[in-house]
Design a protein around this ligand. Structure first.
Ligand SMILES: [Zn+2]
Length: 59
């Protein structure tokens, strides 16, 4: 019973903090917390132009 809840938490954590973004300048993929997106920068070129990836499969 408790295990199920932990698994659920892991999924929630992944969804909250494991989002991937793409730099619009150099197109490198960055994994970051969406809550910190305003402060996030591309590690390669330092650009703030980041877009979320929508390639998630739900099935
Ligand atoms: Zn970049």
């Amino acid at each position: 019973m408790a295990k199920l809840k932990i698994e659920d938490m892991k999924i929630v954590m992944k969804r909250l903090f494991g989002k991937k973004f793409v730099c619009q300048k150099c197109k490198s993929v960055i994994k970051l917390n969406p809550a910190r997106l305003s402060k996030a920068r591309c590690r390669k070129c330092g650009s703030k132009a980041l877009r979320p990836i929508k390639k998630e499969k739900k099935k």
